[in-house]
Design a protein around this ligand. Structure first.
Ligand SMILES: [Zn+2]
Ligand SMILES: [Zn+2]
Length: 342
């Protein structure tokens, strides 16, 4: 099968032929139909510190995908050949404290597809059956491949009650835009998106965000002050993972508001906890991945309701062999989702 792998501890990737993988008793063999590029894949492609410290080579990477089941392990009873599935990336151990209390997505011994084990930038992939979400027939493979990142936006907003509230999202990458769409459909009074890339701000606007602010051009804190007539935001979602942004984001939050932290900072951050959290009695939430399977049900319902159309967030499509062009574009941080049609 054709596959895009990482086999050198250097920038780039290798497009090659691999044998079709063998599956275990609890796995599915799937024919991958669409796979999206995630920030993690960019780290792996660039081979930065994040990738070098986590990844054992060679690795078949790529983890946001949808596929058709072509074979099932002998202990898999709930799925069959021909089923259409999307992949949950967090592979839970199934028996730790978290796994046995409904928190599989933060399993103590969690493995991540395409990071700790082979992923899906390939024609075929092994998907642990425990991580397979059966796709509704009306949801395309392409949309199915983006349900994983869409789910992060859904999960982030699920910590809050956006109806009638003022919501600001720092970061207008795909997950940021998904979060803004979820806030909007959940009845937010208005949603503000902040980014530094004009293309992404434009995309956020197109997807329904009420106000977009380019933090390179305007002082976001005083803009928010004006927009909210001094009240501040009820809900702040931080998705940039940029260390400089956290304190500014916190300054836009009203007293007693909610701040949801999702973006991954590289290393420890300096955060004025006394002023931004304690004196404000801010509610701080950390969010990672998607709750299995609550988030997926909600994500699916939002898509099936017809009130959320995530299709246009996919801005570029490539064949796997054109991976260099795809990754070059992905690194520009100016696009929506980039999907490989496989
Ligand atoms: Zn991802
Ligand atoms: Zn576990």
């Amino acid at each position: 099968m054709k596959a895009l792998i990482k086999d050198q501890p250097a920038r780039g990737a290798t497009y090659t032929d691999l044998p079709i993988p063998k599956i275990g008793e609890k796995d599915l063999l799937v024919r991958v139909k669409a796979a999206a590029i995630c920030g993690t894949d960019i780290h792996i492609y660039q081979w930065n510190e994040y990738a070098a410290s986590r990844i054992k080579l060679p690795l078949l990477f790529g983890h946001e995908y949808a596929a058709e089941v072509v074979d099932v392990g002998k202990n898999v009873t709930h799925l069959k050949t021909g089923d259409r599935v999307a992949a949950e990336t967090h592979v839970p151990c199934g028996h730790c404290y978290q796994c046995t209390t409904g928190l599989q997505h933060i399993c103590k011994d969690m493995k991540i597809l395409g990071v700790h084990m082979d992923g899906a930038f390939s024609e075929y992939a092994v998907l642990p059956a425990v991580c397979a979400w059966k796709l509704d027939l009306s949801i395309s493979y392409e949309i199915g491949a983006t349900m994983e990142p869409f789910g992060i936006g859904v999960h982030a907003l699920s910590k809050t009650k956006p109806a009638g509230k003022k919501v600001i999202v720092f970061g207008c990458g795909p997950i940021g835009i998904y979060a803004q769409m979820v806030a909007k459909v959940s009845g937010a009074e208005y949603v503000i998106g902040v980014d530094v890339t004009p293309e992404r701000l434009e995309l956020a606007k197109k997807m329904g965000t009420d106000i977009v602010l380019n933090s390179k051009e305007v002082d976001v804190i005083s803009e928010v002050e004006k927009i909210t007539k001094g009240l501040g935001m009820d809900i702040v979602v931080e998705l940039t993972g940029n260390r400089g942004v956290l304190n500014d984001a916190s300054k836009t939050l009203r007293r007693g508001g909610d701040i949801v932290l999702v973006g991954l900072f590289s290393g420890p951050v300096e955060w004025d906890v006394v002023n931004h959290v304690i004196y404000k009695e801010a509610n701080v939430y950390g969010v990672t991945g998607r709750i299995m399977w609550d988030t997926w049900w909600t994500a699916q319902s939002l898509l099936l309701s017809g009130k959320v159309d995530v299709g246009p967030v996919i801005t570029h499509r490539f064949e796997l062999k054109d991976y260099e062009k795809a990754f070059q574009l992905a690194q520009s941080a100016s696009t929506g989702k980039i999907v490989f049609e496989i």
